[in-house]
Every structure is written in C-alpha cells, then in structure tokens.
Design a protein around this ligand. Structure first.
Ligand SMILES: C[S@@+](CC[C@H](N)C(=O)[O-])C[C@H]1O[C@@H](n2cnc3c(N)ncnc32)[C@H](O)[C@@H]1O
Length: 218
C-alpha cells in the first residue's frame, strides 16, 4: 500500500466487492461505534432518566447566548441553567452579575469541561456545576432560569416550573419556545432565537378568571 497514490487506493476500493457478510460486519461495526460515542461521551449518567426525557448535548451558539443574555437584562440574583452542557450560559450570566450562578448537568464529562472553562476565565469558585438530574432538583429559590432542551420535554418542564418557581421568576428558553405560554419578549431569529416568560403571567393565564361577584359555573 505504501507509495500508492490516492487515485490508486480509490480505484482499488471501488473494485472491491462487499459480500453480505462484509456489509453486515460494516453495519454492525458502525452501529457499535455510534452507540459507544452516544453512551460513553454524550449520554453517560442518563441511565435512570426515562428515554423520552433524555436530551443530547448541543451547545448554544454564540448568538443564542447573546440573545438569552439580552432577555435577562435588568434582572439580577440567582440563575440556574437546566442542562448546562459545557457551562457557557452560567459563565456568561455570572460575568454579567448573576449570583449564585448554577448549572445542573447529568453528563460528568460536561461538568468537568464546564469547571475547566470557569477556571480558564478566572471564575473558578464563583460558579457551580452540579451533577444532578434537572427533574429532581428544587427550583423554589431560582429567580432566573435558562433552558435549551428538546421541544418534546418542554411541556413536562413547564409543569415543574409553574409548580416550583417563585412568583417573580423569569424563564428564558433558547431555540425552542414553550408553545402554550405567552412570551413577554422574543430575541433573535431562526435557530438562535430565545423567548422570555414571566412566571406570574403564565400562572394568571392558567387560572380561569372568576367574573366579579359571580361564580364559575353558569
Ligand atoms: C441542548 S444541551 C444545552 C447545553 C447548554 N445549556 C447550552 O445552552 O449550551 C442540553 C443539555 O442538557 C443536559 N441534560 C439533559 N437532560 C438532563 C437532565 N435530566 N438533568 C441534567 N442535565 C440534563 C444534556 O446532557 C445537555 O448537556
């Protein structure tokens, strides 16, 4: 093979005939490799999370982070990113004055990477990345919440947020909106878009309005 030109190698490859067994081996090998990357790098720690709630890692784009931060302007206090990935939103939020700034993330590799990024930016000890299942943490003290999760899990998350967040909380969702909520503000376009929601307003909409002096039943 040494000394073969790329053209010769390609010609040799084209001439080769894969039998059924060869194709099976190739398919199985590829499947195994994809599974190994999925299970080992992208989804470790998710064994106890039901399949329909598992959301893979995809980092927010620079523009998306910028849109999320624009929607948080004028806010302060605690912030939590649910499914914090490599920690970029938490780090940016801390840089812009939010504290405590916490990320909840199940993937241990991403938690380590997030701490590495924090250390590199000189914020080690100022931000927290907790290896916890976002469905199991209490959000009762979170004034500001950011999420970038799959659309399929947002209806369930909506219930958790409504049940637990304080009345003056703000939720900012990147890329995907909460379809049955009304946003107070939207920022950006396409895949980088983000939506901001007042929890108080969503709760008021969820409660049927009682006519003055009247009852709900007709
Ligand atoms: C689409 S990524 C978003 C990452 C980050 N928030 C960002 O904006 O760059 C979703 C992240 O949520 C994490 N995640 C999914 N389900 C989770 C769960 N039940 N508890 C904690 N983290 C979870 C995934 O590991 C992944 O890192």
């Amino acid at each position: 093979m040494d000394g073969d030109t790329p053209e010769e190698v390609l010609a040799e490859f084209k001439e080769r005939r894969f039998g059924g067994w060869g194709i099976l081996q190739l398919t199985a090998g590829t499947g195994l490799a994809v599974y190994a990357v999925w299970a080992g790098l992208l989804m470790p720690g998710f064994r106890r999370v039901p399949l329909k709630l598992q959301v893979p890692y995809l980092p927010a784009s620079r523009k998306q982070v910028c849109n999320v931060m624009t929607l948080l302007k004028g806010r302060s206090g605690s912030i939590a990113d649910l499914g914090s990935g490599d920690g970029r939103i938490v780090l940016e939020a801390y840089s812009q004055g939010f504290s405590p700034a916490v990320g909840y993330e199940l993937n241990p590799w991403l938690v380590r990477l997030a701490y590495f990024h924090a250390w590199r930016r000189g914020h080690h000890g100022n931000v927290s990345y907790l290896r916890k299942d976002l469905w199991k943490v209490s959000l009762a003290d979170c004034k500001n919440v950011t999420v970038f999760l799959a659309p399929s899990v947002l209806p369930l998350l909506q219930e958790k947020l409504l049940a637990e967040l304080p009345e003056d909380a703000l939720v900012v969702s990147g890329r995907f909106p909460f379809t049955s909520w009304t946003a107070r503000e939207v920022q950006g376009e396409g895949a980088d878009r983000a939506w901001a929601y007042d929890i108080q307003a969503q709760r008021q909409r969820a409660v049927p309005q009682r006519p003055a002096g009247g009852s709900l039943s007709s």
